[in-house]
Design a protein around this ligand. Structure first.
Ligand SMILES: C[S@@+](CC[C@H](N)C(=O)[O-])C[C@H]1O[C@@H](n2cnc3c(N)ncnc32)[C@H](O)[C@@H]1O
Length: 207
């Protein structure tokens, strides 16, 4: 049996839907707060490819500050735009629950902004004409340079917002690494994306 991806704090299921529509063999579970379950189910019903196999995406109520019920190597855990909303102690707590559930082969994928990783990827792509064929850019009325200029201010605005509203902040790779290790995980890969977020691939430290 292939790995099932558990999208912790998966919101309305948008990432799970995109992945399932792109890779039809995947199985995903969206975990969310109780009040989000019906919203996610409705969104999945509306946007998941109707030809998808039954049970491609399940939705379940789960508080990520409690023990993770899906245990062992058959699960990959994914969190997008979730951890940056929380102070360090809570991030460690969320990750500890995943470290306890993960098997030796499980991956824990953190999809977050890594301070210093932006906008390097965009500039690299812009300067590498050979690479642009693979880039799907949404049609926009404003030019690429305008987008780059405005996006380069975004990390600062976001950090201020997170600090004022949530007692959190955007983190550098070292700051992510400190919390990840405290939680009993280790970073096994860092992937820059053509986006403001990167993927930190982690595994549980085997004791
Ligand atoms: C910024 S949203 C990200 C949603 C989704 N991952 C995405 O990328 O579209 C953070 C999500 O975390 C969920 N959340 C907050 N506290 C939670 C908790 N204790 N347990 C599970 N989910 C929680 C919220 O309901 C919200 O949907």
């Amino acid at each position: 049996m292939g790995s099932t991806i558990v999208d912790c704090g998966g919101g309305n299921g948008s990432l799970a839907i995109s992945l399932a529509n792109r890779f039809p063999g995947l199985r995903l579970i969206v975990q969310e707060r109780e009040e989000m379950v019906a919203i996610a189910e409705a969104n999945i019903k509306a946007h998941l490819n109707p030809n998808s196999a039954d049970g491609t995406i399940a939705v379940e109520a789960h508080d990520f500050f409690t023990s993770q019920p899906h245990i062992g190597d058959n699960y990959t855990f994914m969190l997008r735009h979730v951890l940056h909303n929380w102070p360090d102690a809570q991030v460690v707590n969320i990750l500890e629950n995943l470290a306890a559930a993960a098997g030796p082969k499980s991956k824990i994928l953190l999809i977050e902004r890594v301070s210093g990783h932006f906008p390097v990827t965009h500039i690299q792509l812009e300067n590498n004409a050979g690479n642009t064929a693979a880039v799907t850019t949404p049609v926009s009325l404003i030019g690429e340079q305008t987008i780059l200029n405005s996006l380069s201010l975004m990390p600062h605005a976001l950090t201020l917002h997170l600090l004022c509203q949530l007692n959190s902040h955007e983190r550098t790779l070292d700051q992510w690494g400190d919390m990840i290790v405290q939680a009993g995980l280790v970073i096994t890969g860092v992937y820059k994306l053509r986006a403001i977020v990167s993927i930190l691939e982690c595994r549980a430290i085997q004791t």
